[in-house]
Design a protein around this ligand. Structure first.
Ligand code: ADP
Length: 220
């Protein structure tokens, strides 16, 4: 799905590099949580995958046919802008040139938000807004779903629902998921692989290896 070779990026075009010589291969159907300290380059890597920015050196290949992107919950969902959930999804549908209107009801149902179709976006809780952002990202039937810290500003109950939903669509529809995570418990229990970014480079490991390493370092 994704192959990065000797991938480096610097916002100035010269050293120091935020990402420095990354080699990463993510196969179809994986659920990868990207973890690392603040400033370690997680968002930069997502921007490179999404082709919002170009590598300074090296290459990144992406085989996804359709990408769904769940940004960090932004002000839009909490604003007083008087737009309903249905209207918000419908305008996204039109922009994305998706003809079939029934995807809105279908996706709202998938994330358990059917009864909020007529609710104003500004009245939704953090968890509800996040579910709407996920429903929106799934509207184009993506084979790759990218999420940026999906549990930020989300209550614990909704976090559980969101993570089990992500696990379910990864298992059942074999959609590839890449999620920037600061919720390490979720990363360990939900993903098939963890990509740990530190000091400009990263390594891919199993959730179990990551948990062992994390506990060992904590014990020091
Ligand atoms: P993370 O997502 O892990 O917190 P980021 O990818 O946002 O890390 O940032 C990595 C580094 O790049 C940080 O030092 C940050 O200050 C810097 N950075 C991020 N975005 C920009 C930008 N648009 N211009 C210049 N520097 C940036």
């Amino acid at each position: 799905m994704i192959k990065a070779e000797n991938l480096s990026f610097s916002y100035t075009g010269s050293p120091p590099y935020v990402l420095d010589g990354i080699n990463l291969e993510i196969r179809d159907g994986e659920y990868v949580s990207v973890v690392g300290e603040n400033g370690s380059g997680k968002s930069t890597l997502m921007r490179l995958i999404l082709k919002f920015i170009k590598p300074t050196r090296g290459t990144i290949e992406l085989k996804a046919k359709r990408i769904g992107y769940v940004p960090q919950k932004n002000d839009f969902s909490n604003s007083n802008f008087p737009i309903t959930v249905y209207e918000a999804l419908n305008s996204y549908r039109k922009i994305s040139r998706i003809k079939d209107k029934s995807v809105i009801a279908k996706n709202l149902e998938q994330v358990g938000m059917s009864k909020f179709a007529g609710a104003l976006m500004g009245t939704l809780s953090g968890g509800q807004s996040q579910k709407i952002l996920i429903a929106r990202a799934l509207m184009g039937n993506p084979d790759l779903l990218i999420l940026d810290e999906p549990s930020t500003g989300v209550d614990v109950g909704s976090q559980k629902e969101i993570y089990s939903f992500l696990k379910k669509i990864n298992d059942e529809s074999s959609i590839t998921i890449i999620s920037v995570e600061h919720n390490l418990d979720a990363a360990i229990s939900n993903s098939t692989l963890i990509y740990h970014l530190t000091g400009g480079s990263g390594h891919l490991c199993s959730p179990q290896q990551y948990a062992d390493e994390f506990l060992k370092n904590k014990g020091r």
